[in-house]
Design a protein around this ligand. Structure first.
Ligand code: ADP
Length: 726
């Protein structure tokens, strides 16, 4: 008797706990809701059975016996609904079948409480009371038994058609509910009704223990209802609270003992402060310790999403090719989720708005025979139009529900076609042993598909795993995008490089012949013709400059710009530049000078042609963008830093902060009324910066609108072994 009460109480408490956790975790899922209701009905049933057995009066006993039947009806109903919606389907409420089941349930429940079901109690020879069934039994029995039996039948069918972890979950649920119902039916219904043996009823509060036990086992080992995250948090929180409270009290007790209770307010303040400090410092290590222990127990191998993503991000930063990037993505996922294999498809637009496979990369498959490799495969087309992660198990359930609708002839032809496609997809995924498909889309355009196998442990993908897959999918998308841009850039700069080379030869010929004509080497040139020819010559020179700039850019971007560093006399280079440009400055009546603060500047390590290119660009810019005033070049060395700094300052147009922020980017040109009419490509400073950095220096600019600009760049005095920018 005592044991019975203890076990029944434990069963009620455990049932309450599981029902509550499951319910709180996922209120929206119909299955968890029905599980919750079923658990409540079981609790009510245990209580009613217990009270019916231990009632003081006959009236009470009759009432509780009827209540037992009411709660049994509820159990049968919720069990059936739980099975129908398992693992996570919606209840087809609109269908007449369910309307009937619910309506009949209500009727049976009302009958259960009325004298129709049990008319009265009859005193037995052994001085116990037996309920006497009434006509309502004809309603109750088929209803309750029908629901339980068909529920078990549906469960067995689902079990036979299920795979992996769902199969394990169903097996445990089936065992728990099946055993519980069989015992209830035999001891509470059949034996008392048919053989008039009611002694078994005394044990009935123990039957649900079987159900609770199996469910709890399924929750822990098979992630049933996926509530372990909540259990984990609860344990960590409760554990921490207990330990912290323990430490705190221990410190206070210890100190009080030490000072033999003669503690004044001041001392007690310090004791408290000390205790608080100890807790403050031990809190985090403690939390980690408890969560590690809990994880070991609950999850065996748990992962931290942030850490996984950070590590993957670092790996991706270090790889160049797409294949390598995709492999990193898949290997990371396979490692943390313990998968057998994974495969990524990269898509490209195919014919007639379809999607074609551009690239396939797999890890863990022993043979390529299983992979999809035909563009026309339904799977490729299906996932091109699906934006969200799809679990094979969900697809299977969806198809089963659709089949039910098709059987009822309630659907249109397109629905059936769609259904057939999904079936083909499911078949393919099953043949590839794929458990999850992660479509990769960018701006609603399909760019790839990541297919992942079941976990080696046979477990399902949890909510947490799906969240990780979303983020990992995003990483894969950005890798594919990066690779596409890279390929595009490669092609572009190769094209520019070839085109520029081809253009340079004819344009040089044009320039050469024009200069011969203009110098009248061939014959006299008519003044009007000279005017036109001068214009042609200027344009040809601009064209050749542009081509040279483009060629430089393409060399920089393809990493083919060669730097032949040697020791250079920078003063001489500056003077040569000024010589070359002095006529241009003189044309604009600008004063141009080189001021060196040091007599003997140390030689710099730089490429002579490239340094000349830099100087010419900066000085000609200074001339171009200075309507009046002066252009001053200075150079000074810093032996500590091992650099020479060259400064090109002008008293020209200057720039504001916003304009300066775009300097050094390709094709940027300041567009103001003052700059209109000044010719340029917007490439000079980009090339200049790249060259300087490649030679181991740096460049900066200071400028004030209307007052002028100062560009300073540095070059190393010592040989730089590795260039800063490739
Ligand atoms: P561009 O061929 O147009 O001169 P650059 O890359 O050399 O190309 O320069 C980019 C832009 O920076 C120029 O169009 C100009 O607006 C601005 N700029 C460059 N140097 C100066 C300067 N010394 N003073 C004012 N603006 C300048």
């Amino acid at each position: 008797m005592v044991l019975e009460i203890i076990v029944a109480t434990i069963a009620v408490i455990a049932n309450c706990a599981i029902a509550f956790l499951v319910f709180v975790h996922n209120r929206r899922s119909a299955t968890t809701r029905f599980f919750f209701y079923l658990s409540l009905a079981i609790i009510a049933w245990i209580v009613a059975t217990f009270l019916s057995l231990h009632s003081a009066t006959e009236v009470q006993k009759l009432f509780w016996t009827r209540a037992v039947m009411l709660t049994a009806t509820a159990q049968a109903l919720f069990f059936y609904l739980l099975v129908i919606t398992f693992p996570d389907a919606r209840l087809p409420l609109a269908s007449n079948r369910y309307k009937f089941i619910l309506g009949a349930g209500l009727l049976v429940a009302i009958t259960a409480l009325s004298p129709f079901l049990f008319t009265h109690l009859e005193l037995q020879p052994n001085s116990s009371y037996s309920p006497i069934p009434g006509p309502g039994m004809a309603l109750f029995l088929p209803y309750a038994l029908g629901l339980v039996v068909s529920g078990l039948w549906v469960m067995i069918r689902k079990f036979r058609h299920s795979h992996g972890v769902k199969r394990n979950q169903l097996k445990l649920l089936l065992a728990g509910t099946g055993l519980m119902f069989i015992l209830i039916i035999v001891f509470n219904l059949l034996l008392p009704l048919l053989a008039n043996i009611s002694s078994g009823v005394d044990f009935s509060p123990l039957f649900p223990v079987i159900f609770v036990g199996f469910t709890a086992y399924a929750i822990i080992t098979q992630h049933l209802f996926d509530i372990r995250v909540i259990i984990r948090r609860t344990i960590i929180f409760a554990g921490l609270l207990t330990i912290v409270f323990g430490i705190y009290s221990a410190i206070i007790v210890l100190v009080t003992q030490l000072f033999q209770q003669n503690i004044n307010t001041r001392e007690s303040f310090f004791t408290n402060l000390f205790a608080a400090l100890v807790i403050g410092f031990t809190f985090e290590p403690l939390r980690r310790w408890i969560s590690d222990r809990t994880d070991q127990w609950l999850f065996k191998k748990e992962y931290e999403q942030q850490t996984v993503l950070k590590e993957l991000g670092q790996k991706l930063n270090n790889v160049v090719g797409l294949d390598e990037a995709l492999e990193s993505v898949m290997q990371t996922v396979a490692k943390v989720l313990h998968l057998k294999h994974a495969v990524t498809y990269v898509f490209q637009p195919g014919e007639n708005n379809t999607t074609a496979i551009k690239r396939v990369k797999q890890v863990g498959y022993s043979t390529a025979a299983k992979l999809i490799l035909e563009d026309r495969d339904f799977t490729v087309q299906y996932f091109s139009q699906t934006p969200t992660i799809c679990l094979t198990s969900d697809l299977r359930t969806e198809l089963e529900q659709e089949e039910a609708l098709i059987e009822q002839n309630k659907v249109e032809a397109t629905f059936i076609r769609q259904h057939a496609i999904k079936q083909a997809v499911l078949k393919k995924l099953e043949s590839m042993e794929v458990a999850a498909a992660v479509p990769l889309q960018l701006n609603n355009q399909p760019i790839g598909l990541l297919l992942l196998s079941d976990k080696l442990s046979g477990e399902t993908f949890r909510t947490q795993d799906l969240a990780l897959l979303e983020l990992v999918g995003a990483q894969a998308i950005s890798s594919i995008q990066k690779a596409k841009l890279f390929e595009g850039d490669q092609m572009k700069s190769e094209f520019v490089s070839i085109a520029s080379h081809e253009l340079l030869t004819p344009i040089s010929a044009i320039e050469g012949y024009l200069s011969m004509i203009l110098e009248e080497n061939i014959g006299k040139v008519d003044p009007q013709a000279r005017d036109y020819l001068n214009k042609v010559y200027t344009s040809a020179k601009r064209l050749s400059l542009l081509i040279k700039d483009l060629l430089s850019v393409s060399r920089i971007e393809s990493g083919k710009m060669k730097i032949d560093a040697q020791q250079l006399d920078i003063s001489k280079m500056i003077n040569d530049t000024l010589d070359q440009l002095k006529f241009v400055a003189a044309d604009k009546k600008l004063e141009m000078k080189f001021e060196s603060t040091e007599k003997n500047l140390p030689p710099v390590w730089a490429d002579p042609d490239r340094t000349m290119q830099v100087l010419v660009n900066l000085v000609s810019n200074a001339i171009k963008y200075t309507p009046k005033g002066n252009v001053t070049i200075t150079a000074k060395s810093d032996k500590h830093l091992g650099i020479v700094t060259v400064t090109v300052a002008d008293s020209g147009l200057g720039m504001d902060k916003d304009q300066m922020s775009h300097l050094f980017t390709k094709f940027y040109r300041v567009d103001t009324p003052q700059t209109t009419g000044i010719q340029g490509t917007g490439l000079g400073l980009y090339i200049t910066k790249s060259i300087i950095e490649k030679m181991g220096g740096s460049i900066t600019c200071k400028s004030v609108v209307g007052q002028g600009s100062t560009f300073s760049f540095t070059l190393p005095i010592f040989k730089v072994e590795t260039s800063v920018v490739a």
